[in-house]
Design a protein around this ligand. Structure first.
Ligand code: ADP
Ligand code: MG
Length: 691
């Protein structure tokens, strides 16, 4: 039996390690920085660095790295050893405060969206003391933010930290109006992570999986997920062994891995951790994805984090469970038990409703990617239209508030804000609607549009900042009011009424929802190239500038990076398709149909009738000609890519994807007619139902 409490966090320079290894005063100063977001005294950095190094060496580490999250969507690291020569060919192990606080990686090869002029290649990384350092692969990893030398952000952590400051500032103002002196409010996140595990030997034979993360070809297997036997099904021993190992590795890193189960599609699984502060949850989710891949490899698996590795069965997403709580541990999205507590709850709830309605586009953009385009609106994940589910009880309460009538439930509660007690909102019934992109689940919201591979920083930056803005407006208005209770009632009633349209409790997968949504004036940004240009809409630039999260230049760079990333992703997919067609699929069909033709000729030469072979050879020849023509059309489509990045993204979406799909349809049909022994790629059946 593993000793979990002992294992947990053993590779993290956490509270316990700090307390043990830092002088009291240093510990206190560091703690202040961590909890109150105050600047770190450079003097104490040296003391911390030395203690960290000694701790890391005691755990077998030899190197350190600044671990950061550039715009590539994955984490980056550059390892330096602690080694320092001390004369006579001897070395000592050193790590200075300066090395802890600041690093200077060459920034020129990271996406910057035109922010960093090429002559200014330097960037720097700065320690984020609010996220613990940890050891991975014998390397002390220091979570850091990444900026250009002129101070523009080049990463995902910096704006996330800024957005957390923004919501904290505004939420504290609002809480003051309720008589609460709160210094810091934090948002919390528990991200549920879906993934596929397939056998390494199949992966090795699929260039499409290797190069693009998804299968670009593959006929549907005779069996998919229709028996609904995989979801929560008993876990294969091989997968169980992987999960146990995964838990252990995550626990060592202080990640609260909690729940594991099989998901809907064959060989699809999920891991959910216990929630924590958003920036730590973000670091942990990035680490989780990395550890999943590494542990899978040890077990002869490959872990696929792509949003849609296989056509015809569900793809993978990530649910971002999000809430706001005070430094005293009060969850601000927990319905209250007293009149003033539920007035406060209703105000925060109103802020979220208003934020989601006014910044639908930003939330949609925050989950936009080529991979996720396969899921959103495809009846396995929420539609591309933003809406909110609050559950029947809460919806009835909100309606009662708007109309000013009595809310008549079993408890016959009169919805006079500030006077009535909210009826208990049962958590289990609020969670039933799985088709909603943004669902209230009793004491938190579950944002369900995220793709499985996404860095969760982006959706949380949007969410934190948008809610901060609404809280700012509320605080401005309520601070100026002479009668707080009356002003509060007026505000909540007015805002719920104005943003009622975003609440939708019906079936998000239904064909009538997009029509209804259009009537309500909600946006339906169907694809990534359609969504991204709204990033820099005036209202969005204003929002981020006002809260010091992004400058306009930073936003423009991000929009460009994301559009480019989309275009490059489809380009790589198209080139991989072409290569597979020309070098594997067409040659396989030609070889097989050649054998059929030979057999027909051989039979005919001895006077045996060969109509079946002749027919098959003819059919295959016809389809092969069709496939070659579609391959050529795809190649041709790639020759006329527009120069403008936005137009290019749109062109890839409209023209290139269509050409790829057309070729795939013919190739997949051919797969079902060619002998198994002649087909060069592992089939869906083989990959999804490995033993
Ligand atoms: P499910 O959505 O599958 O029913 P759970 O209700 O167990 O799952 O919770 C899903 C996730 O929500 C978990 O990661 C959990 O830690 C997280 N969660 C619970 N409370 C909060 C909160 N206050 N803030 C953020 N996440 C939370
Ligand atoms: Mg969930």
């Amino acid at each position: 039996m593993r000793n979990v409490p002992e294992l947990f966090g053993s590779m993290v320079f956490n509270e316990a390690a700090m307390k043990e290894r830092l002088p009291k005063e240093t510990y206190k100063a560091l703690k202040r920085t961590m909890t109150e977001g105050t600047a770190l005294d450079p003097q104490i950095a040296g003391v911390v660095a030395n203690a960290m190094k000694d701790w890391a060496i005691s755990k077998g580490a030899t190197h350190f790295t600044h671990w950061f999250q550039p715009m590539t969507g994955v984490t980056a690291e550059k390892h330096d050893s602690f080694l320092s020569p001390c004369g006579d060919g001897a070395v000592i192990m050193e790590f200075s405060g300066k090395e802890l606080i600041k690093g200077e990686p060459d920034a020129s090869s990271f996406p910057s969206g035109g922010l960093r002029a090429t002559f200014e290649a330097r960037g720097y990384t700065a320690w984020d003391p609010t996220s613990y350092a940890f050891i991975k692969d014998n390397t002390l990893c220091i979570p850091t933010a990444f900026c250009s030398y002129t101070g523009e952000v080049l990463d995902k952590k910096t704006p996330l930290l800024r957005s957390m400051d923004a919501i904290s500032n505004q939420a504290c103002r609002v809480l003051k109006l309720f008589g609460k002196d709160v210094k810091r409010v934090t948002t919390t996140v528990g991200p549920e992570q879906e993934y596929f595990l397939i056998d390494k030997k199949h992966y090795a034979q699929r260039p499409d999986l290797i190069l693009t993360g998804r299968t670009l070809f593959g006929a549907k297997a005779p069996k998919g997920q229709e028996m609904e036997d995989h979801y929560f099904g008993s876990i294969r021993p091989r997968v169980k062994a992987f999960m146990e190992d995964l838990d252990e590795e995550l626990w060592k890193l202080g990640i609260y891995s909690k729940t594991e189960h099989n998901e809907v599609a064959p060989c699809q699984h999920e891991m959910a951790p216990i929630f924590t502060t958003t920036n730590i949850a973000t670091d942990h989710n990035q680490l989780t994805m990395e550890v999943m891949k590494r542990v899978a490899d040890k077990h002869g698996f490959v872990c696929l984090l792509h949003e849609k590795p296989f056509e015809g069965v569900n793809g993978s997403g990530k649910h971002n469970n999000w809430s706001i709580s005070t430094d005293a541990g009060e969850n601000l999205l927990e319905p209250g038990k007293s009149p003033s507590a539920n007035a406060q709850f209703l105000l925060f709830l109103t802020a979220v409703i208003k934020a989601v309605d006014e910044y639908q586009d930003l939330l949609r953009i925050s989950v936009a990617s080529a991979g996720n385009d396969h899921r959103l609106g495809a009846n396995e994940a929420p539609p591309a239209i933003m809406s909110m589910f609050v559950g029947e009880e809460l919806e009835a309460i909100l309606d009662a508030i708007v109309s000013g009538v009595d809310y008549t439930d079993a408890a016959k509660t009169m919805m006079d804000i500030g006077a009535a007690v909210l009826p208990p909102i049962p958590k289990d019934t609020t969670d039933r609607n799985r088709t909603s992109p943004f669902a209230f689940t009793g004491n938190k919201f579950e944002f369900r549009m995220l793709g499985s591979a996404l860095n969760i920083a982006c959706p949380n930056i949007m969410l934190n900042t948008a809610v901060a803005e609404e809280l700012r407006q509320f605080a401005d208005e309520l601070e100026a009011a002479s009668d707080f209770d009356a002003a509060l009632g007026t505000l909540i009633r007015r805002e719920i009424k104005a943003h009622r349209r975003i609440i939708f409790n019906g079936n998000g997968y239904g064909a009538d929802w997009p029509i209804e949504a259009e009537k309500r004036g909600l946006m339906n940004l169907k694809s990534t190239p359609e969504a991204l240009p709204h990033y820099t809409d005036d209202k969005n630039v204003k929002l981020f500038q006002a809260h010091g999260v992004y400058t306009q230049a930073e936003m423009q760079s991000r929009e460009e990076i994301l559009l480019e990333e989309y275009a490059k992703t489809i380009q790589i997919e198209a080139l991989t398709s072409l290569e597979l067609l020309s070098r594997q699929i067409i040659p396989a069909v030609v070889a097989y149909s050649g054998k059929v033709a030979q057999s027909a000729a051989a039979k005919a030469s001895i006077g045996v009738q060969a109509s079946a072979e002749t027919q098959l050879a003819r059919d295959l020849a016809e389809q092969t000609a069709d496939l070659m023509q579609k391959r050529d059309a795809l190649a041709q489509a790639l020759e006329t890519i527009p120069a403008d990045v936005q137009q290019a993204a749109q062109y890839y979406h409209d023209t290139v994807i269509a050409a790829m799909d057309a070729a795939r349809a013919v190739a997949d049909a051919l797969e079902t007619q060619v002998a198994a022994s002649d087909w060069p790629l592992p089939t869906y059946g083989e990959m999804l139902f490995y033993v």
